[in-house]
Design a protein around this ligand. Sequence first.
Ligand code: ATP
Ligand code: MG
Length: 433
Amino acid sequence: MKLITNKVYGAEDILPADSYKWQFVENIMREQARSYGFREIRTPVFEHTELFNRSVGDTTDIVQKEMYTFTTKGGDSLSLKPEGTAGAARAMLEHGIYNDGYPIKVYYLTGCYRYEKKNFGRQREFHQFGMEVYGAASAFADAEVMCAANSIFERLGVKNITLEINSIGCPECRPKYLAALREYFGSREEELCDTCRSRLARNPMRILDCKSPICSEIAKNAPKVLDYLCDDCSKHFDNVKSCLDAAEIHYKVNPTIVRGLDYYTRTVFEFVTPDIGTVCGGGRYDGLIEELGGQHTPSLGYALGIERLLLMLEKQNIEIPQPPVCDLYVVGLGDAAKVKAFNIIEGVRSASLIAEGDIVGRALRPQMKYADKIKAKFVMVIGDSELEENCAKLKNMETHEERDVPLDEGFFDKFYSAYMDNNNSKLLEQLEV
Ligand code: ATP
Ligand code: MG
């Protein structure tokens, strides 16, 4: 087969055979978000480029190298969202949601776009689940979002996942730390990679996040941000740890976490596994809302990569339950019986069960084969004589047992309640003529 084109490099299709896994994890995310008091926000796939320049930050890899930016026919510069925080914050401000009073708690499920090299767990279109809290300065808020993320991993039964936390200070204490970093990395400038050399003046904290082996080796002995925190940041970090202790969440302080986005202040955190690395990252961004033109609003959030989460579940052999495909398959033999079958199928469907029938014009045998393939739990066959007596043959596909059942008025209700009793071996008896 010669197609005129294939999918774009770095993008993936989610096919019917796999989409149930996405639905399963997304449902758990939605349920957990709800139980923590978060409501969904959906924002456009593109924004004015300036939004990301200002929020994600001019000096980050995302803005410098990874954004899908284009000019519209009207001459505007737009970018596909590389992450979900900026759009959510913009929408919160634009619609004055803050007038409802703080805190505002939102979650999102969104596609994200980054012009990156395709790799294990790295795509150009990927998906994030994220949570954001606006207007909450207390350390309980930091702990709450970490607990919320943790609850998703717990419900999924993820093993070996570690919450690593750090504080990267605030505009008050960070300059001193940046100066110390410049001095340290400056003394070894020749050994750094090209990108990190350019980071030295602009944003030396980024060097701590460099994935090149030489830079990360040098970074190991760099000054630690926790030694440079001001009293307020230090106290906040202690409070966050106490709240996590109170919630009985296990964590590890990792002073090398800096995160890849500029808007973070104070708390930053990641959920890390040996199988896959970082699956989820977030932190506090007390300056972001002001940067976007709003009032000073202490805020925080995190994002969890869904592709990486699914890879991790697969690596850990965590099975996602397959949803049932077919409760009842109905075969009609002959024109009148086919019409009756169609009527029954619709009736079973409106009783909230999954029913299927022939829509491609197959004979009885291939229909039985097909019913087997889609793992139909029961198959009903209606022929002319059954039609006359207003009954049908009903077969339990697991036990191969078969009985005649009446198709009277109460059939759908009886079938539904017998089926929901979850005792399929008794269902035939209950329905029998
Ligand atoms: P990394 O260090 O792996 O590049 P990041 O710091 O850029 O991640 P964030 O921007 O914090 O990641 O995004 C949060 C989560 O989104 C990541 O932990 C990861 O699960 C997921 N993610 C980020 N970039 C990609 C990508 N290109 N493909 C798939 N998932 C991604
Ligand atoms: Mg990245």
